[in-house]
Design a protein around this ligand. Sequence first.
Ligand SMILES: Nc1ncnc2c1ncn2[C@@H]1O[C@H](COP(=O)(O)OP(=O)(O)O)[C@@H](O)[C@H]1O
Ligand SMILES: [Mg+2]
Length: 200
Amino acid sequence: MFITFEGIDGSGKSVQAKRCVEFLSKDHEVLHCFDPGHTPIGNAVRSILLNKDHMEMDARTELLLYAAARSQLVIEEIEPFLAKGGIVVSDRFYDSTTAYQGYGRELPLDLIVQLNMIGAHELIPDLTFIIDTDIDTAAQRIGKADRLESENREFRARVRHGYLLLAEQEPDRCKLINGDRSIEEICAEIANILQKKMAE
Ligand SMILES: Nc1ncnc2c1ncn2[C@@H]1O[C@H](COP(=O)(O)OP(=O)(O)O)[C@@H](O)[C@H]1O
Ligand SMILES: [Mg+2]
């Protein structure tokens, strides 16, 4: 089983992914990974993406770097772990590319869908939790509310909207979780959905 956590920055993905790993680790072998990153190549690509000196980075360059990091993560870590019968929990995966580069940066969605399949080696998550949190609440959680310009706010609103559309388009895989609640409430709902899915 391959499970991914998605949502805007500050939505609460990492907290919930960690809880999910703790919950599943009681009875299963679990790999907890994050995209981009985790592999040496992925971490190198991640540091290029996060480097604030690279202000000139073109949106398509960014798109391709994310896909490159993901390809390595799938081949080196995710697929071998799934092949051994383990459960993989990833903090972000290709839905982030659709939401951020597709809806956020407004790159062509049809091309992104194809590139996502290339980068993921056609691996589709079995279950994706989209944590949907108000953009101002999310920004406050990560202490960025004051520094955000209006353009940045609009960008994050487009990303959130993109995630909502993904949840509508793929309701079986993508479970929309209201992130404007306590960590405990969200965690309980996720555990419930997981238990049902594992019983299938
Ligand atoms: N439901 C929640 N209510 C209040 N604070 C939360 C909630 N979920 C996460 N947080 C806090 O918000 C911050 C960002 O959460 P995190 O899981 O790192 O978000 P993300 O990985 O989506 O960027 C952390 O300090 C975390 O403890
Ligand atoms: Mg996080």
